[in-house]
Design a protein around this ligand. Sequence first.
Ligand code: ZN
Length: 252
Amino acid sequence: MADDKGLYQDEAIVLTVKDWQWQDRIAMLLTKEKGKLPVLAFGAKRMRQSWNAQLQPLSCLRVSVKLGTRMAVLRAAERIGSLHLPDEALEVMAYGAVMAEATAALLPDEEPHPAVFDLLAAAVPALVARNPRLIALTYLIQMLRLCGYEPDYERCALCQQPVAGKAFRLEPLQGGVVCGACEAGVPAEPETVDLLMRLSQLSFAAEEKFTVRGKQLLEAERFIYRFLQLQMDKPLQSLRFLQQLGQTLLKG
Ligand SMILES: [Zn+2]
């Protein structure tokens, strides 16, 4: 939507922000109508420039943007609602950064993806209000599916036989499960697949209560983070921060 000054206006969620030259920043936005849009924010590092505070990963904004031939330029940004990620909640920030970076990596520029926008807009408040580790995993599973990457948990990737009732392993490289007859190894627990399938249907809006066993959560995380990483062409930087916080998902 364009306003009377020819500026493009839209709702946007900030995905990543990086410094650019002296006082400027480049923000990767996920806009509702245009999809992923890199914008140059002039003066965003100056203290008196109010955008400095707005341009944080997962901030939900109303933006005015001058679309250009080389790169769009951010002209105004205003936070929508009162919600923002609390700086002191390091775990929330760390999982939020993983969600934002993964979204930026998987979506192509300037291709509308309203379903991913809506999913992320719903996941951000849940990240603050609920268990951030579970919300991040749920978001990644659902975002991967919306982007066309859905693991197959029912049939062995190698022999195509159903794995129900048999020993099997979760194998990110094969995009799903591999049965014990095709490849020996430590089998996954069937409850882990149940958890993955349950999270793929979880609604962020509904206050659904359920308990998750640590072992299943860890197994599910290892599979999804590795599977996600295989769809990306560079390492997920934000995972390092999670590791520094003592999260165990990449160990072992
Ligand atoms: Zn097999």
